[in-house]
Design a protein around this ligand. Structure first.
Ligand code: NAD
Length: 499
């Protein structure tokens, strides 16, 4: 019998199912099948593929409970949070069905260069072939199958390698593909460990990777050697800035949601807060009240728990280490502070104060139900500390002065900044989302979120009988004065350029 991976329910610690642990030969075979299926899938065109995506959307809605329960069982997040992933799947299927053709339509280019006068210039986008999607355990649907959807909409076939910790939702997606009649080989799932992910990178034509920065760098290195495109959505240490003029109730409510969503196991969760001194005490009091009111435990139905279990066993150690390191360095845990005793992997929601910037809880990705809060003198100090990080995924600013909020947003080193909000951007599928620095390369969503799964081709067409300006140039390119005059005519005088 071939090797299997046992999947555990982190809320109970019990094994719930097992999946095959595919080896490199089996992964290669899946890619070969996907490659054989790709031309016919691409030939269906946007309308033909869109019909399948609409069936997919309907399937998500018809089977919402079963999908949410599968996510909940293998990941430990509450049913309410699992349901957000299901809704994302339905919305994304409809979104890419509707928008893929416009994002990938031929583009007519106009050029002012006299050397191409009269020529037709066109840019077109073609599918790359087979896309390999490699995903993490924290969002078994959203950051796994969610990225398969635009890859398919663009005319590629896809092989998904889900995390070995949470493969069951992806296996369910393969079942969905069969039920909606997706042609064989258009979408398949390669369950397995990191080795299966590495094997996938060897054979596909493009990689969409979501996971840790450490693995992301390895994947990018191999894609570089193979000269295939790769898009990386990696870790984060998202800062929140609360200014003295903020609506503190809103800042506290939204920060609670963004820090505690999926028990903090979200790449874009708020991981550290900088509060202007005049409102520090009030904000800390509001957060303490909210942290104390959270119900920790397995969700037994909708609306029964706000803080689920930690999915990945080593996460308990990381979160514990960050809290213990902070307390040993002089920080105070105003709530929680440790592992909840009993069944499952639960950590008590922990609010930390009196922290300093060099503590592990302020520098490393914690990925747990904890939140350190630090007092700052002013907005300038908050921005400086927020940017003092290896990561640059997302950030949030709270202020009633919207102009100031937007000014600060532009000073922050993050791929996305929200003003008086958090996480909502993820559901604007028109808006690109991607990290700076160690948080990634490329983006998901928007135009770039589908063009990354294509090869771009530029076409220049010269009508029969046209003069070849490159040979019969009306001036000598080496004549600087003539060239300067030409550039001035085409692109303006340098005098008009403001520094
Ligand atoms: P991970 O890097 O350990 O694993 C991610 C995936 O890569 C898994 O499927 C794993 O099996 C596979 N893998 C491991 N080694 C591989 C290799 N050598 N080649 C190819 N694939 C390999 O990450 P994780 O612990 O599963 O996920 C948590 C991380 O993901 C966190 O850092 C989180 O911030 C990040 N994340 C980022 C985003 C985002 O959009 N930026 C979203 C969700 C999660």
């Amino acid at each position: 019998m071939s090797a299997v991976i046992e999947v555990e329910n982190p809320s109970t610690g019990k094994t719930i199912e097992s999946v095959p642990d595919l080896g490199p030969v089996e992964v290669e075979a899946l890619v070969a099948t996907a490659r054989a299926a790709q031309p016919a899938w691409a030939a269906l065109g946007y309308a033909g593929r869109g019909r399948y995506l609409r069936r997919m959307q309907k399937w998500f809605l018809d089977n919402a409970d079963q999908i949410a329960e599968t996510i909940h069982a293998e990941n430990g997040k509450s049913l309410d949070e699992a349901n957000i992933e299901v809704m994302y799947g339905a919305v994304a299927s409809a979104f890419w069905a509707k928008h893929a053709s416009a994002y990938l339509a031929d583009e007519k280019i106009t050029s002012r260069s006299p050397l191409v006068l009269g020529r037709k210039l066109v840019v077109r986008y073609q599918p790359v072939g087979v896309v390999g999607v490699i995903g993490p355990w924290n969002n078994p649907l959203l950051n796994n199958f969610g990225d398969v959807i635009p890859a398919l909409a663009a005319g590629n076939t896809a092989v998904l390698k889900p995390s070995e910790i949470t493969p069951l939702t992806s296996v369910l997606m393969a079942e969905m593909a069969r039920e909606i009649g997706l042609p064989d080989g258009v979408f398949s799932v390669a369950t397995g460990t990191g080795a299966a992910g590495a094997a996938l990178v060897e054979h596909v034509d493009a990689v969409m990777f979501t996971g840790s920065t450490r693995t992301g760098k390895k994947v990018a290195g191999r894609c570089g050697e193979r000269l295939i495109p790769c898009s990386l959505e990696l870790g984060g240490k998202d800062p929140v800035i609360v200014l003295a003029d903020a609506d503190l109730e809103r800042a506290a409510n939204v920060t609670l949601f963004s820090a505690m969503h999926n028990s903090g196991q979200t790449c874009t969760s708020s991981e550290r807060v900088y509060v202007e001194a005049p409102v520090y005490d009030e904000f800390v009091a509001l957060m303490t009240e909210r942290f104390e009111s959270l119900r920790v435990g397995e969700s037994t139905g909708f609306g029964t728990s706000e803080s689920g279990s930690l999915t990945f066993p080593p996460q308990l150690d990381t979160v514990t280490r960050h809290v213990e390191d902070a307390v040993a360095g002089g920080a105070k845990a105003l709530t929680g502070g440790g592992v909840r005793q009993g069944e499952g992997r639960f950590f008590e929601p922990t609010l930390l104060v009196d922290v300093d910037q060099d503590m592990a809880c302020m520098r490393e990705e914690t990925f747990g139900p904890t939140l350190p809060i630090m007092k700052v003198a002013d907005a300038a100090e908050a921005v400086r500390l927020a940017n003092d990080s290896a990561y640059g995924l997302q950030a949030a600013v709270y202020t009633k002065d919207l102009a100031k909020g937007q000014r600060i947003a532009r000073e922050l080193q993050a791929g996305t900044v929200t003003v008086n909000d958090a996480l909502a951007n993820y559901f604007a599928l028109e808006l690109p989302m991607g990290g700076w620095k160690d948080s990634g390369l490329g983006a998901r969503h928007g135009r770039d979120g589908i063009r990354k799964f294509t090869k771009r081709q530029s076409i220049l067409v010269t009508r029969f009988g046209m003069k070849n300006e490159l040979h019969g140039m009306p001036f000598k390119a080496t004549n600087i004065r003539t060239l300067t005059r030409l550039i001035k005519t085409l692109y303006g005088h340098p005098r008009n350029t403001k520094d």
